[in-house]
Write a protein that binds this ligand. Structure first.
Ligand SMILES: [Zn+2]
Length: 188
């Protein structure tokens, strides 16, 4: 059975049996916090469990690497919405060890685009239109540095209220252990 059909079949039963009832909550985070983390499969359940966070406790924003690369990109917008509209009072940026975004090689990635049928012309058009595609695809060498950079982007954002602590952490994708990179209370 194809994945989509499998999911839709399961979903019918899930709803019919009211399995959703244990998850019912509001859109406001009970722990008044927003987390930015990585899309890594190992963190899907591990991260909230390791932090004692449950459905309804927090807002969660994920991307590849937990990177906030642009002060006016969608991650930063989501954080601002969480803070101003959804009662999040603290921000946690949580990277992880062995992240797929560490040491991503943009040249190799572009080669893979080509192998999958993206033409040289398309790549060139993107470049000529002023997009620095290599820079855009670039990963990071040190997860601690990357987390610190993202914390700085949030903390120094002109639209961030000064009283919101922005914490930086790195989680182990094996044990769930958290290492502190930046204690946001220090700068409050
Ligand atoms: Zn990752």
């Amino acid at each position: 059975m194809q994945l989509l059909n499998e999911i839709l079949n399961f979903n019918n039963t899930f709803v019919e049996e009211k399995s959703y009832e244990v998850y019912q909550t509001t859109k406001f985070p009970d722990k008044r916090m927003v987390v930015v983390s990585c899309m890594d499969t190992r963190l899907v359940e591990l991260l909230p469990r390791a932090m004692n966070l449950r459905n309804g406790d927090f807002k969660l924003i994920k991307n590849a690497g937990a990177v906030i690369s642009h002060p006016f990109g969608s991650v930063m917008r989501s954080i601002l919405v969480a803070v101003y509209e959804l009662q999040a009072d603290e921000v946690f940026v949580i990277g992880h060890y062995q992240c797929g975004m560490s040491n991503v090689d943009p040249i190799r990635l572009i080669d893979k685009f080509k192998e999958r049928g993206i033409s040289e012309d398309t790549i060139d058009t993107i470049k000529y239109s002023g997009i620095q595609i290599e820079k855009w695809l670039e990963g990071f060498d040190s997860v601690e540095e990357s987390v610190q950079n993202s914390v700085d982007v949030v903390r120094r954002h002109p639209l961030m209220p000064a009283d919101v602590p922005v914490h930086g952490l790195v989680i182990s994708p094996e044990t769930g252990k958290l290492d502190l990179v930046k204690d946001g209370y220090e700068e409050k």
